[in-house]
Design a protein around this ligand. Structure first.
Ligand code: CUA
Length: 310
């Protein structure tokens, strides 16, 4: 079920443990509900006796037994089973990956994700690539307020806090694309703080890393686009596309190759990129990016500079 945020269609061990626990709790909850609804119906439909007062000792013992069984023993049993399954699920979601695991740093911003592969010298935004069949250790932080990182198809959610890195270990079993959603209210565009997670075969992942490591050739060769980039004020927040650094705003070196624009909101193509640059506030009110009044010629030069083909 590619592209969906499907916690009940787990694609990795972390999400599978959470989904198994969910189904167990649903099953137990349903069984208890059906049992008690049945007893309630039985009690209501049973012909009433003329004298409802329980006075003989044998009947009192029956009532006490129902209360002890239904009110003490059964809840205790359910809680013990769920607790045991929870411990088992927690054991299946490790707090740190084995030595040599791929490390990725993810920094939350209002309202986008900055992504670093520190050992490979790669920085990108809003699109997280990982190889299948291998544990990945994510170090989660925030640049501003509290966000929460959650890829439902791959694992549980974990807060992204300023000044306190949290570690999340994820593994994808199959190639596919998964949607991630910020899960902690963080401002006006919290609901549209999305991330695309691309799980791919190790060869494809290595090819992606290699492409990321190459400096984009288009940017260096485009003087006019660089002028527009500076004149329109883009450089105030964004590092130029031929730089390999991150910054206050999403890195632009690989922008044209990403699947989405505006943190998972728009399909990435030339037309949407132009609309986004002209008036981001109309598309996503509250983002920090201001509008840029550009002529068509300036926009063409800028889009070429950013790597979009005509
Ligand atoms: Cu970031 Cu909600």
């Amino acid at each position: 079920m590619s592209g969906l945020a499907a916690a009940l269609d787990p694609q990795g061990p972390g999400a599978r443990a959470a989904a198994d626990l969910w189904w167990l709790m649903l099953g137990l909850g349903t069984a208890v509900f059906v049992l008690f609804a049945g007893l309630l119906a039985f009690g209501l439909l049973r012909r009433r006796r003329s004298d409802p007062v329980v006075d003989d000792a044998a009947e009192r013992r029956v009532v006490t037994r129902w209360i002890v069984l239904g009110g003490v023993v059964m809840p205790l049993l359910v809680i013990v089973v769920v607790f045991g399954a929870t411990l088992q699920g927690m054991a299946a979601t490790p707090m740190s990956a084995a030595a040599g695991a791929l490390r990725i740093e993810v920094v939350g911003h209002q309202f986008w994700y900055e992504i670093h592969y520190p050992d490979q010298g790669v920085v990108t935004a809003n699109e997280l690539h990982l190889p299948v069949g291998r544990e990945v250790e994510l170090e989660l932080t925030s640049d501003d307020v509290v966000h929460s990182f959650w890829v439902p198809a791959l694992g549980g959610k974990l807060d992204m806090l300023p000044d306190h890195p949290n570690t999340l270990v994820l593994q994808a079993d199959e190639p596919g694309e998964h949607r991630s959603q910020c899960a902690e209210f963080c401002g006006l565009q919290h609901a549209r703080m999305g991330l695309v997670v691309v799980a791919e075969e190790p060869d494809d992942f290595d090819a992606w890393l290699a492409a990321e490591q190459d400096e984009p050739a288009t940017a260096a060769a485009n003087g006019r686009g660089a002028e527009v980039f500076d004149a329109a004020g883009c450089a105030t927040c964004h590092a130029p596309p031929d730089s390999e650094t991150g910054g206050d705003a999403p890195t632009l070196g690989d922008l044209a190759d990403r699947r989405t624009l505006a943190a998972g909101m728009l399909p990435n193509n030339r037309e949407n990129a132009a609309d986004w640059i002209r008036d981001p506030q109309a598309i996503k009110p509250g983002v920090e990016m201001p509008s840029a009044a550009l002529t068509d010629h300036e926009m063409d030069a800028l889009l070429a500079y950013l790597g979009y083909a005509e």
